[in-house]
Design a protein around this ligand. Structure first.
Ligand SMILES: NC(=O)c1ccc[n+]([C@@H]2O[C@H](COP(=O)([O-])OP(=O)(O)OC[C@H]3O[C@@H](n4cnc5c(N)ncnc54)[C@H](OP(=O)(O)O)[C@@H]3O)[C@@H](O)[C@H]2O)c1
Length: 268
């Protein structure tokens, strides 16, 4: 599994194909899409045009909330594959638990079976709290490989990162830069640490994730940013610097859009 993934929110159409191709050229191998992003077709077209063997790419998509019942989930996975134009997903995740709907265990069972049918290689979840993780593990005996969660310096989500670790689940960080909805990339502490290492703030945040064993899923459609975001393996943050970044956490109010997994519902 690569250490850094490419996010694709708002990367669409012919311009999107160019962005995914430059990202692959820069070295990204994990492409994170979702039915909800309306760009699975674009991702498929980009990977067909890329000069990279299919087995070197990790293509990951997500099950939308509208398809949590078993039959709908199995159909949705197949429809996503047809849209992308590939035979199998390297990774496929439940996008949100929607606990008020009470169907995420059913959805998880559909992913387990889709994996048995060969439609998916690795199955995982997003935005699951520890109680949701325990529920699916206890009811099915199958543990997700990944839990993709909101994580950036203003909302480090360390409790869930630790809960994932305890269960042997890889944490992925979504919106690592706060999706430009917050000012984390210009925070004075991050800029100070960046200056010390001769790096830019984005690289500091990516490194903070990597050093914590978290895989950041970073969106960029700018080739220079795409390249820079991978240049994080030639320096190390000190323990104190990691703690200083952790200390920027604002708790629940730090979430970019207040999307608490027990409350937030997204269907399409
Ligand atoms: N599972 C979930 O529920 C969930 C939810 C949200 C997101 N996600 C995933 O996580 C991915 C990332 O999150 P996100 O798209 O919300 O936002 P993000 O990665 O936090 O931020 C993206 C923004 O940062 C800018 N940026 C990238 N590299 C930069 C650099 N080196 N210097 C300065 N600015 C830079 C980008 O601009 P440029 O394009 O100009 O570089 C873009 O505007 C998504 O695309 C998606 O794949 C998953």
């Amino acid at each position: 599994m690569p250490s850094i993934g490419l996010g694709t929110v708002n990367i669409n159409g012919s311009q999107g194909i160019k962005s995914v191709l430059t990202a692959i050229k820069a070295g990204y191998r994990l492409i994170d899409t979702s039915t909800n992003y309306n760009n699975e077709g674009m991702v498929g077209e980009a990977i067909r045009r890329a000069d990279i063997p299919r087995d070197e790419l990790i293509i990951s998509s997500k099950l939308p909330g509208e398809a949590h019942s078993y039959d709908q989930a199995v159909n949705m996975i197949q429809e996503s594959l047809y849209r992308i134009g590939i035979d199998y997903f390297d990774k496929y995740l439940i996008h949100w638990p929607l606990p008020k709907q009470g169907k995420y265990v059913e959805a998880w069972q559909a992913l387990i079976d889709a994996q048995k049918f060969g439609l998916i290689q690795r199955i995982g979840v997003c935005n699951f709290l520890p109680e949701h993780l325990d529920n699916i593990i206890n009811k099915t005996g199958v543990r997700p490989v990944t839990n993709q969660i909101e994580r950036h310096p203003y909302f480090n989500n360390n409790d869930v990162v630790n809960a994932n670790k305890e269960r042997g689940i890889l944490s992925e960080a979504w919106s690592p830069f706060g999706r430009e909805l917050n000012d984390v990339l210009t925070h004075s502490k991050i800029e100070e640490i960046a200056r010390k290492h001769g790096k830019d703030p984005a690289q500091i945040i990516i490194r903070w994730n990597v050093q914590n064993g978290v895989l950041p899923v970073v969106k960029s459609s700018d080739y220079r940013h795409q390249q820079a975001n991978l240049q994080v393996f030639d320096f190390e943050l000190t323990k104190e610097e990691v703690q200083e970044i952790d200390a920027l956490d604002k708790g629940e109010s730090g979430r970019v859009e207040g999307q608490h997994p027990n409350e937030y519902e997204e269907f399409h």
